[in-house]
Ligand binder design. Structure first.
Ligand SMILES: NC(=O)c1ccc[n+]([C@@H]2O[C@H](COP(=O)([O-])OP(=O)(O)OC[C@H]3O[C@@H](n4cnc5c(N)ncnc54)[C@H](OP(=O)(O)O)[C@@H]3O)[C@@H](O)[C@H]2O)c1
Length: 354
Protein backbone atom coordinates (compact mmCIF):
# COMPACT_ATOMS: atom_id res chain seq x y z
CA UNK A 1 0.00 0.00 0.00
CA UNK A 2 1.40 3.44 -0.89
CA UNK A 3 2.21 5.91 1.87
CA UNK A 4 0.23 9.08 2.61
CA UNK A 5 1.90 12.23 1.15
CA UNK A 6 2.56 14.83 3.84
CA UNK A 7 4.21 18.25 4.09
CA UNK A 8 6.22 19.89 6.87
CA UNK A 9 5.47 23.62 7.16
CA UNK A 10 8.46 25.40 8.69
CA UNK A 11 10.76 22.44 8.05
CA UNK A 12 13.96 24.39 8.71
CA UNK A 13 13.12 25.28 12.35
CA UNK A 14 13.74 23.38 15.60
CA UNK A 15 10.41 21.54 15.57
CA UNK A 16 10.34 21.26 11.76
CA UNK A 17 13.66 19.40 11.71
CA UNK A 18 12.36 17.00 14.37
CA UNK A 19 9.30 16.39 12.17
CA UNK A 20 11.56 15.53 9.25
CA UNK A 21 13.70 13.20 11.39
CA UNK A 22 10.59 11.29 12.56
CA UNK A 23 8.86 11.24 9.16
CA UNK A 24 11.72 10.26 6.88
CA UNK A 25 11.41 6.56 7.75
CA UNK A 26 7.76 6.52 8.84
CA UNK A 27 5.69 3.41 8.03
CA UNK A 28 2.53 5.36 7.02
CA UNK A 29 3.57 8.86 5.96
CA UNK A 30 5.91 10.05 3.23
CA UNK A 31 7.41 13.55 2.97
CA UNK A 32 6.25 15.14 -0.30
CA UNK A 33 6.89 18.84 0.42
CA UNK A 34 8.93 21.00 2.81
CA UNK A 35 8.40 24.74 3.30
CA UNK A 36 10.54 27.53 4.75
CA UNK A 37 10.49 31.31 4.86
CA UNK A 38 11.09 33.14 1.56
CA UNK A 39 14.79 33.62 2.23
CA UNK A 40 15.50 29.85 2.16
CA UNK A 41 13.06 28.89 -0.65
CA UNK A 42 14.88 27.06 -3.46
CA UNK A 43 17.53 25.79 -1.03
CA UNK A 44 17.79 22.36 0.57
CA UNK A 45 17.33 21.19 4.14
CA UNK A 46 20.82 19.66 4.24
CA UNK A 47 22.26 23.19 4.25
CA UNK A 48 20.37 24.05 7.46
CA UNK A 49 20.35 20.66 9.26
CA UNK A 50 21.24 20.88 12.98
CA UNK A 51 20.32 17.40 14.32
CA UNK A 52 23.81 15.98 14.47
CA UNK A 53 22.53 12.66 15.91
CA UNK A 54 20.09 12.00 13.04
CA UNK A 55 21.37 11.65 9.45
CA UNK A 56 19.16 13.28 6.82
CA UNK A 57 17.92 10.67 4.31
CA UNK A 58 19.32 11.36 0.79
CA UNK A 59 15.84 11.49 -0.84
CA UNK A 60 14.70 14.10 1.72
CA UNK A 61 17.97 16.07 1.48
CA UNK A 62 17.33 16.56 -2.24
CA UNK A 63 13.79 18.03 -1.81
CA UNK A 64 13.77 21.73 -2.73
CA UNK A 65 12.36 24.04 -0.04
CA UNK A 66 9.02 25.51 -1.14
CA UNK A 67 7.23 28.77 -0.27
CA UNK A 68 4.48 28.64 2.35
CA UNK A 69 1.47 28.63 0.06
CA UNK A 70 -1.65 26.48 -0.19
CA UNK A 71 -0.99 26.05 -3.93
CA UNK A 72 2.19 24.12 -3.02
CA UNK A 73 0.12 21.68 -0.93
CA UNK A 74 -2.33 21.21 -3.82
CA UNK A 75 0.45 20.70 -6.35
CA UNK A 76 1.92 17.86 -4.26
CA UNK A 77 -1.48 16.25 -3.42
CA UNK A 78 -0.79 16.73 0.28
CA UNK A 79 -3.25 14.87 2.53
CA UNK A 80 -1.82 16.04 5.87
CA UNK A 81 0.57 18.84 6.84
CA UNK A 82 2.63 19.12 10.01
CA UNK A 83 2.90 22.74 11.07
CA UNK A 84 5.97 24.05 12.90
CA UNK A 85 5.30 27.70 12.13
CA UNK A 86 5.40 30.74 14.43
CA UNK A 87 1.85 31.34 15.76
CA UNK A 88 1.37 34.64 13.94
CA UNK A 89 2.15 32.98 10.59
CA UNK A 90 0.21 29.80 11.38
CA UNK A 91 -3.08 31.50 12.20
CA UNK A 92 -4.26 32.15 8.62
CA UNK A 93 -2.17 29.57 6.77
CA UNK A 94 -3.54 26.67 8.82
CA UNK A 95 -7.15 27.82 8.39
CA UNK A 96 -6.72 28.29 4.63
CA UNK A 97 -5.00 24.94 4.18
CA UNK A 98 -7.73 23.16 6.18
CA UNK A 99 -10.40 24.87 4.05
CA UNK A 100 -8.69 23.48 0.97
CA UNK A 101 -9.04 19.94 2.37
CA UNK A 102 -5.68 19.44 4.13
CA UNK A 103 -5.55 17.84 7.59
CA UNK A 104 -3.30 20.06 9.72
CA UNK A 105 -1.40 18.79 12.76
CA UNK A 106 0.00 21.90 14.39
CA UNK A 107 2.50 22.81 17.07
CA UNK A 108 1.62 26.47 16.93
CA UNK A 109 -0.48 28.06 19.65
CA UNK A 110 -2.68 29.98 17.15
CA UNK A 111 -5.71 27.64 17.21
CA UNK A 112 -5.14 25.69 20.45
CA UNK A 113 -7.96 27.35 22.36
CA UNK A 114 -10.50 27.45 19.49
CA UNK A 115 -13.65 25.69 20.73
CA UNK A 116 -13.82 23.26 17.78
CA UNK A 117 -10.08 22.44 17.70
CA UNK A 118 -8.79 19.46 19.72
CA UNK A 119 -5.80 20.20 21.96
CA UNK A 120 -4.77 16.61 21.75
CA UNK A 121 -2.48 14.46 23.88
CA UNK A 122 -3.50 10.95 22.83
CA UNK A 123 -2.65 9.29 26.16
CA UNK A 124 -4.76 11.88 28.01
CA UNK A 125 -7.73 12.99 25.88
CA UNK A 126 -8.12 10.82 22.74
CA UNK A 127 -11.90 11.34 23.09
CA UNK A 128 -11.44 15.04 22.10
CA UNK A 129 -10.42 14.15 18.51
CA UNK A 130 -14.02 14.10 17.09
CA UNK A 131 -14.18 17.89 17.73
CA UNK A 132 -12.67 18.21 14.23
CA UNK A 133 -16.05 17.22 12.78
CA UNK A 134 -17.45 20.57 14.02
CA UNK A 135 -14.93 22.64 12.05
CA UNK A 136 -16.36 24.43 8.96
CA UNK A 137 -13.49 23.00 6.85
CA UNK A 138 -14.45 19.41 7.74
CA UNK A 139 -16.99 19.45 4.89
CA UNK A 140 -14.04 19.90 2.52
CA UNK A 141 -12.14 17.10 4.26
CA UNK A 142 -9.72 19.40 6.09
CA UNK A 143 -9.31 20.21 9.78
CA UNK A 144 -6.83 21.46 12.41
CA UNK A 145 -5.59 19.40 15.36
CA UNK A 146 -3.16 21.05 17.77
CA UNK A 147 -0.81 19.67 20.37
CA UNK A 148 -0.24 21.46 23.69
CA UNK A 149 2.58 23.75 24.72
CA UNK A 150 5.77 21.76 25.42
CA UNK A 151 5.89 22.39 29.18
CA UNK A 152 2.26 21.42 29.87
CA UNK A 153 2.72 18.30 27.73
CA UNK A 154 5.47 17.03 30.05
CA UNK A 155 3.33 17.74 33.10
CA UNK A 156 0.00 16.46 31.73
CA UNK A 157 1.36 12.93 31.19
CA UNK A 158 1.98 12.19 34.90
CA UNK A 159 -0.96 14.38 35.92
CA UNK A 160 -3.55 12.29 34.08
CA UNK A 161 -3.28 9.08 36.17
CA UNK A 162 -3.06 11.16 39.37
CA UNK A 163 -6.15 13.24 38.54
CA UNK A 164 -8.08 10.06 37.68
CA UNK A 165 -7.18 8.27 40.93
CA UNK A 166 -6.73 10.97 43.59
CA UNK A 167 -8.58 13.95 45.01
CA UNK A 168 -6.63 17.06 43.96
CA UNK A 169 -7.35 20.51 42.54
CA UNK A 170 -4.12 22.57 42.57
CA UNK A 171 -0.81 21.78 40.88
CA UNK A 172 2.25 23.92 41.55
CA UNK A 173 5.17 23.68 39.15
CA UNK A 174 8.53 25.38 38.61
CA UNK A 175 10.07 24.79 35.18
CA UNK A 176 13.68 24.63 33.98
CA UNK A 177 13.16 24.98 30.22
CA UNK A 178 15.66 24.23 27.48
CA UNK A 179 16.98 26.73 24.92
CA UNK A 180 15.55 24.83 21.93
CA UNK A 181 12.09 25.68 23.25
CA UNK A 182 12.66 29.27 22.15
CA UNK A 183 13.02 28.44 18.43
CA UNK A 184 16.11 29.09 16.31
CA UNK A 185 18.35 31.02 16.99
CA UNK A 186 16.39 31.64 20.20
CA UNK A 187 17.72 33.39 23.31
CA UNK A 188 20.82 35.58 22.67
CA UNK A 189 23.92 33.76 23.97
CA UNK A 190 24.97 36.73 26.16
CA UNK A 191 21.61 36.60 27.96
CA UNK A 192 21.76 32.91 28.86
CA UNK A 193 25.41 31.84 29.19
CA UNK A 194 26.07 31.08 32.89
CA UNK A 195 22.60 32.40 33.64
CA UNK A 196 18.94 31.57 34.30
CA UNK A 197 16.16 33.81 32.93
CA UNK A 198 13.08 33.65 35.16
CA UNK A 199 10.60 34.71 32.48
CA UNK A 200 9.15 33.07 29.36
CA UNK A 201 6.48 35.21 27.79
CA UNK A 202 2.90 33.86 28.20
CA UNK A 203 4.21 30.41 29.26
CA UNK A 204 2.67 30.38 32.75
CA UNK A 205 -0.73 31.48 31.39
CA UNK A 206 -0.56 28.86 28.60
CA UNK A 207 0.17 26.09 31.09
CA UNK A 208 -2.86 27.00 33.17
CA UNK A 209 -5.41 27.44 30.39
CA UNK A 210 -4.18 24.51 28.26
CA UNK A 211 -4.29 22.12 31.25
CA UNK A 212 -7.95 23.03 31.73
CA UNK A 213 -8.73 22.14 28.11
CA UNK A 214 -6.61 18.97 27.89
CA UNK A 215 -8.01 17.55 31.13
CA UNK A 216 -11.52 18.86 30.38
CA UNK A 217 -14.43 16.54 29.77
CA UNK A 218 -16.08 16.17 26.40
CA UNK A 219 -19.82 16.76 26.26
CA UNK A 220 -21.30 19.41 23.95
CA UNK A 221 -17.80 20.82 23.46
CA UNK A 222 -15.07 20.79 26.11
CA UNK A 223 -16.04 21.45 29.72
CA UNK A 224 -12.87 22.91 31.33
CA UNK A 225 -11.24 20.87 34.09
CA UNK A 226 -11.38 22.37 37.62
CA UNK A 227 -7.63 21.66 37.98
CA UNK A 228 -5.50 24.80 38.36
CA UNK A 229 -1.85 24.70 37.30
CA UNK A 230 0.21 27.43 39.00
CA UNK A 231 3.53 27.76 37.17
CA UNK A 232 6.82 29.62 37.60
CA UNK A 233 8.73 29.28 34.32
CA UNK A 234 12.46 29.80 33.74
CA UNK A 235 14.81 29.37 30.78
CA UNK A 236 18.06 27.55 31.63
CA UNK A 237 21.25 26.88 29.65
CA UNK A 238 20.26 23.33 28.61
CA UNK A 239 20.04 22.44 24.92
CA UNK A 240 16.98 20.12 24.92
CA UNK A 241 14.58 18.88 27.61
CA UNK A 242 12.25 20.65 30.00
CA UNK A 243 12.67 19.66 33.67
CA UNK A 244 9.76 20.53 35.98
CA UNK A 245 9.55 20.49 39.80
CA UNK A 246 5.98 19.60 40.75
CA UNK A 247 4.12 19.95 44.10
CA UNK A 248 0.53 18.74 44.47
CA UNK A 249 -1.50 19.06 47.69
CA UNK A 250 -3.66 15.94 48.21
CA UNK A 251 -6.85 15.60 50.24
CA UNK A 252 -5.86 12.11 51.51
CA UNK A 253 -2.78 10.29 52.78
CA UNK A 254 -1.13 8.58 49.81
CA UNK A 255 2.28 6.90 50.17
CA UNK A 256 5.02 7.59 47.57
CA UNK A 257 5.02 3.95 46.43
CA UNK A 258 1.33 4.30 45.47
CA UNK A 259 2.13 7.46 43.44
CA UNK A 260 4.97 5.54 41.73
CA UNK A 261 2.63 2.62 41.01
CA UNK A 262 -0.05 4.90 39.49
CA UNK A 263 2.51 6.58 37.24
CA UNK A 264 4.34 3.47 36.06
CA UNK A 265 1.18 1.48 35.41
CA UNK A 266 -0.36 4.29 33.31
CA UNK A 267 -0.94 3.17 29.72
CA UNK A 268 -2.49 5.25 26.96
CA UNK A 269 -4.60 4.50 23.92
CA UNK A 270 -1.59 4.98 21.56
CA UNK A 271 0.15 2.00 23.19
CA UNK A 272 -3.03 -0.09 23.26
CA UNK A 273 -3.61 0.72 19.56
CA UNK A 274 0.11 0.08 18.85
CA UNK A 275 0.55 3.38 17.01
CA UNK A 276 4.04 3.53 15.42
CA UNK A 277 5.39 6.41 17.59
CA UNK A 278 3.64 5.38 20.85
CA UNK A 279 5.86 4.85 23.88
CA UNK A 280 5.17 1.53 25.60
CA UNK A 281 5.16 3.38 28.91
CA UNK A 282 4.28 7.12 28.69
CA UNK A 283 5.71 7.81 32.17
CA UNK A 284 8.89 6.12 33.36
CA UNK A 285 9.64 6.28 37.09
CA UNK A 286 13.31 6.34 38.18
CA UNK A 287 14.26 5.34 41.71
CA UNK A 288 17.73 6.99 41.77
CA UNK A 289 17.98 10.08 43.99
CA UNK A 290 19.55 12.26 41.24
CA UNK A 291 17.22 11.58 38.28
CA UNK A 292 15.75 12.63 35.89
CA UNK A 293 18.45 14.67 34.16
CA UNK A 294 18.35 16.11 30.62
CA UNK A 295 21.75 14.57 29.79
CA UNK A 296 20.70 11.08 30.89
CA UNK A 297 16.95 10.79 30.40
CA UNK A 298 16.09 13.01 27.43
CA UNK A 299 15.54 10.17 24.96
CA UNK A 300 13.47 7.95 27.26
CA UNK A 301 10.91 5.76 25.54
CA UNK A 302 10.72 2.50 23.67
CA UNK A 303 10.46 0.98 21.07
CA UNK A 304 13.16 2.73 19.03
CA UNK A 305 10.65 4.90 17.10
CA UNK A 306 9.36 6.26 20.44
CA UNK A 307 12.71 7.50 21.79
CA UNK A 308 12.09 10.90 23.40
CA UNK A 309 8.33 10.23 23.67
CA UNK A 310 8.19 9.18 27.36
CA UNK A 311 8.26 11.52 30.33
CA UNK A 312 10.63 10.55 33.16
CA UNK A 313 9.59 11.09 36.78
CA UNK A 314 11.93 10.91 39.76
CA UNK A 315 12.37 11.96 43.38
CA UNK A 316 8.79 11.18 44.39
CA UNK A 317 8.28 12.37 47.97
CA UNK A 318 5.20 12.85 50.12
CA UNK A 319 5.51 15.20 53.10
CA UNK A 320 2.34 16.03 54.98
CA UNK A 321 -0.28 15.65 52.31
CA UNK A 322 1.83 17.17 49.54
CA UNK A 323 3.36 14.97 46.85
CA UNK A 324 6.46 16.32 45.13
CA UNK A 325 8.42 15.01 42.15
CA UNK A 326 10.46 16.07 39.13
CA UNK A 327 9.41 15.29 35.56
CA UNK A 328 11.52 15.63 32.41
CA UNK A 329 10.31 15.54 28.80
CA UNK A 330 11.84 16.23 25.39
CA UNK A 331 10.39 19.57 24.30
CA UNK A 332 10.86 19.26 20.52
CA UNK A 333 9.94 15.54 20.39
CA UNK A 334 7.26 14.74 23.01
CA UNK A 335 6.34 18.42 23.44
CA UNK A 336 6.62 19.16 19.72
CA UNK A 337 6.98 17.09 16.56
CA UNK A 338 6.59 13.63 18.13
CA UNK A 339 3.41 14.68 19.93
CA UNK A 340 1.92 16.03 16.69
CA UNK A 341 2.92 12.90 14.80
CA UNK A 342 1.23 10.72 17.43
CA UNK A 343 -1.93 12.84 16.94
CA UNK A 344 -1.77 12.17 13.19
CA UNK A 345 -1.26 8.43 13.78
CA UNK A 346 -4.34 8.37 16.02
CA UNK A 347 -6.36 10.32 13.43
CA UNK A 348 -5.22 7.90 10.73
CA UNK A 349 -6.15 4.86 12.84
CA UNK A 350 -9.61 6.35 13.36
CA UNK A 351 -10.16 6.91 9.63
CA UNK A 352 -9.81 10.71 9.58
CA UNK A 353 -7.11 10.64 6.86
CA UNK A 354 -9.06 8.41 4.45
N1 LIG B 1 10.69 24.59 20.17
C1 LIG B 1 9.84 23.91 20.94
O1 LIG B 1 10.24 23.22 21.90
C2 LIG B 1 8.36 23.93 20.64
C3 LIG B 1 7.56 23.00 21.26
C4 LIG B 1 6.18 23.02 21.02
C5 LIG B 1 5.66 23.95 20.16
N2 LIG B 1 6.46 24.87 19.56
C6 LIG B 1 5.85 25.80 18.60
O2 LIG B 1 6.15 25.28 17.29
C7 LIG B 1 6.34 26.36 16.37
C8 LIG B 1 7.73 26.25 15.76
O3 LIG B 1 8.70 26.41 16.79
P1 LIG B 1 10.26 26.30 16.50
O4 LIG B 1 10.90 26.29 17.82
O5 LIG B 1 10.55 25.20 15.54
O6 LIG B 1 10.54 27.71 15.73
P2 LIG B 1 11.73 28.08 14.76
O7 LIG B 1 12.94 27.27 15.04
O8 LIG B 1 11.86 29.56 14.83
O9 LIG B 1 11.19 27.69 13.29
C9 LIG B 1 10.17 28.41 12.63
C10 LIG B 1 9.94 27.86 11.22
O10 LIG B 1 8.95 28.67 10.57
C11 LIG B 1 9.50 29.23 9.36
N3 LIG B 1 8.99 30.60 9.17
C12 LIG B 1 9.21 31.67 10.00
N4 LIG B 1 8.61 32.78 9.48
C13 LIG B 1 8.02 32.39 8.32
C14 LIG B 1 7.26 33.07 7.32
N5 LIG B 1 6.99 34.39 7.42
N6 LIG B 1 6.82 32.37 6.27
C15 LIG B 1 7.07 31.06 6.13
N7 LIG B 1 7.79 30.33 7.06
C16 LIG B 1 8.26 31.00 8.13
C17 LIG B 1 10.99 29.24 9.58
O11 LIG B 1 11.65 29.25 8.32
P3 LIG B 1 13.16 29.86 8.18
O12 LIG B 1 14.08 28.81 8.76
O13 LIG B 1 13.31 29.99 6.71
O14 LIG B 1 13.19 31.16 8.93
C18 LIG B 1 11.17 27.91 10.32
O15 LIG B 1 11.12 26.84 9.40
C19 LIG B 1 6.09 27.64 17.17
O16 LIG B 1 4.76 28.05 16.99
C20 LIG B 1 6.37 27.22 18.60
O17 LIG B 1 5.70 28.03 19.54
C21 LIG B 1 7.80 24.87 19.76
Amino acid sequence: MSKIPVAVLGATGNVGQRFVSLLQDHPTFEIAALTSSERKVGGHLKDFWRLEDVPLAPDVASIELQPLDVSVLRKHDIVAAFSALPAEIAVDVETNAAQSGVRIFSNASAHRMDADVPLLLPEVNPNHLPLVERQPSFREGGFVVTNPNCSITGLALPLKPLVDALDLTDVHVATYQALSGAGYPGVPSLDITANVVPFIESEEEKMRREAKKILGSMSDGILPSPIDVWANCARVAVRDGHLEAVSIPLKDDVPPREIARLLSSFRGEPHVQQLPTAPKQPVIVRAESNRPQPLLDLMAGEPARARGMAGTVGRIRVVGRVVRFFVLSHNTIRGGAGGSLLNAELAHRRGYLD
